[in-house]
Unconditional design. Structure first.
Length: 187
């Protein structure tokens, strides 16, 4: 009669001879202590359970090739230890890969593309400015390109500050309507 009082080697030999109940008894004997070890070494319970289960599956699959004098606990614990090491090796490798990709992505120089886009946008703005009435265009360019104050523009063109403000408002209104989505570049 087979029961839990049989030694590991007796259970192992019975299992090798085809008695699946013997494997079940070995499993019941070692699964809880192995889970305890795995839970201490791994970040979560599910992962610990998976690796312990994988250890027993590997053990089961190697039944025919394992020697009769094998130490069951030593085999199971070493196998579990190797699975835990493999997990951390893979995790470390994955983290290094992610760090490398993230770092490599950060090193990509977008300045050329940004310069081209900025140049194209500036050309579009200049085309729109050229559509303004001549005096409005001149006032806007003096204000935004030469960075003159309204007072300085007024003195230079012989216009009141109020007229200068009206020309700038008109230009901005037209540009805002044309470039609604890009207004932060203009102002």
């Amino acid at each position: 009669m087979i029961n839990s009082s049989n030694s590991d080697s007796e259970l192992f030999l019975l299992w090798k001879d085809g008695n699946e109940e013997a494997f079940g008894l070995l499993y019941k004997k070692y699964v809880v202590p192995m889970l305890a070890v795995a839970k201490k070494k791994l970040p979560d319970k599910e992962l610990a359970e998976d690796l312990v289960q994988d250890t027993f599956i590997s053990f089961y699959k190697k039944k025919a090739t394992l020697p009769p004098e094998i130490s069951i606990p030593a085999y199971l614990y070493v196998s579990l230890k190797n699975k835990i090491f493999s997990y951390y090796r893979k995790e470390s490798s994955d983290q290094k890969f992610i760090a490398h990709i993230t770092h490599a992505g950060a090193d990509v120089d977008h300045s050329t593309i940004e310069q081209i886009e900025a140049k194209e946008f500036e050309e579009r703005v200049n085309l729109e400015i050229k559509k303004l009435p001549p005096q409005c265009q001149l006032v806007f360019e003096l204000s935004r390109k030469e960075h003159l104050s309204n007072k300085e523009i007024g003195l230079k063109l012989g216009l009141s500050e109020n007229t200068i403000e009206q020309h700038i408002r008109r230009a901005l209104k037209q540009l805002k309507n044309t470039f609604k989505d890009y207004i932060h570049f203009i102002i």
